[in-house]
Design a protein around this ligand. Structure first.
Ligand code: CU
Length: 137
């Protein structure tokens, strides 16, 4: 690969990362099945809605907790008892790690939502400068 090609590939990669990071947030599904949240851990962008669905004939809850394993509700969200087929949704607006659990099943049924920071304005400025420099050649 020539240096020019490497530069272009690097630039496209950087652009792709930024594009992926700033893609519009949607809805992510988490199932409650076999006494587990599946997937138990997800990473999302701010403004993403997480939709939990209970897929078994056992009542579960989706309850935010103060820290992983604490089993102490943090008060951010709590679905209450969910029967088979029930759905609970929560929109995550702020970056951070959000641990949650199921009240009836405690430590054996926990999950984590990691909300990534949005691309910083500095990153966007660097991108704009790189694009301007490239088009000037
Ligand atoms: Cu449960």
């Amino acid at each position: 690969m020539t240096i020019a090609a490497a530069r272009v590939a690097c630039f496209i990669g950087f652009f792709g990362l930024l594009a992926a990071a700033s893609a519009p947030a949607g809805v992510i599904n988490v199932n409650m099945q076999d006494f587990l949240f599946s997937p138990a851990e997800i990473t999302i962008e701010p403004q993403t809605v997480v939709r939990w669905t209970n897929l078994e004939f056992i009542d579960h809850t989706v309850t935010s907790q103060t820290s992983p394993g604490s089993l102490v509700p943090s008060g951010l969200f709590d679905s209450g008892n969910m029967a088979f087929g029930d759905v609970f949704e929560f929109r995550f607006t702020q970056p951070g790690d959000y641990s949650y659990f199921c009240i009836p099943h405690g430590s054996s049924m926990q999950g984590m939502v990691r909300v990534t920071p949005e691309p910083s304005s500095l990153a966007l400025l660097i991108l704009a400068a790189l694009a301007a420099r490239r088009s000037a050649r």
